[in-house]
Design a protein around this ligand. Structure first.
Ligand code: B12
Length: 148
């Protein structure tokens, strides 16, 4: 696990789904988000839901959990996500991106099934992450203000 020391913009937990060994996008995303000023806790490839949950418990201030998947097995890999959310281990938004089903045709069903598994946001391109995280950061600040 690696992280940097900047807390300027907030913390994100990043990783690749449990059965998935594709590392390139993960490394590029970690680098890019650090360049944007985020603290990135990068759990790397082949990360089971339990490890995302442990990282979320250790970093309750995390803005989001970002999960990549390229091999087409994201649905099996996230089958324990709802349980981790119900237990309270994962409270922040879960964002998924990559190549999200087997084959070149991506059906709406595959995306819908992710929402049923507990995923909050599905992105098609990692370039959308900085804007999304900025929005989540503003939402978190507003929620904190209204709670105090
Ligand atoms: C390199 C590669 C490998 C390497 C990986 C080496 C490594 N250390 O990373 C090796 C040889 C190990 C490999 C293995 C396999 N691979 Co492979 N691999 C590729 C390949 C050629 C390139 C992937 C890559 O690095 N792209 C560069 C990055 C920058 O792009 P990207 O991954 O697409 O990421 C972009 C988006 O997807 C998105 N994104 C990605 N992650 C995330 C995360 C978040 C949070 C967000 C928001 C966005 C996001 O943003 C990125 C930038 O736009 C692709 C084909 C291709 N041309 O894409 C196949 C591909 C992904 N592999 C594939 C397959 C099937 C496999 C194997 C199952 C093959 C096998 N039978 O063994 C195994 C799976 C191993 C495993 N356990 O996961 C398929 C997946 C098919 C599917 N989903 O239907 C692909 C698409 C090839 C194909 N056309 O069939 N692979």
């Amino acid at each position: 696990m690696t992280s940097n020391s900047s807390h300027a913009r907030g913390t994100v937990i990043l990783g690749v789904a449990a059965s998935d060994a594709h590392a390139v996008a993960n490394q590029l995303i970690a680098h890019d988000l650090r360049e944007h000023g985020y603290t990135v806790i990068n759990l790397g490839t082949c990360t089971p839901v339990s490890e995302f949950a442990n990282a979320a418990l250790d970093n309750p201030e995390a803005l989001a959990i970002l999960i990549g998947s390229l091999n087409g097995h994201i649905h099996e890999d996230l089958r324990d996500l709802a349980k981790a959310q119900k237990s309270g281990a994962i409270r922040c938004p879960v964002v998924v991106g990559g190549n999200l089903s087997v084959g070149s045709h991506k059906s709406d069903d595959a995306i819908e099934k992710l929402f049923c598994l507990g995923v909050d946001i599905v992105l098609s391109d990692a370039a959308e992450l900085p804007e999304l995280l900025q929005r989540l950061s503003l939402d978190a600040a507003a929620a904190q203000r209204s709670a105090s």
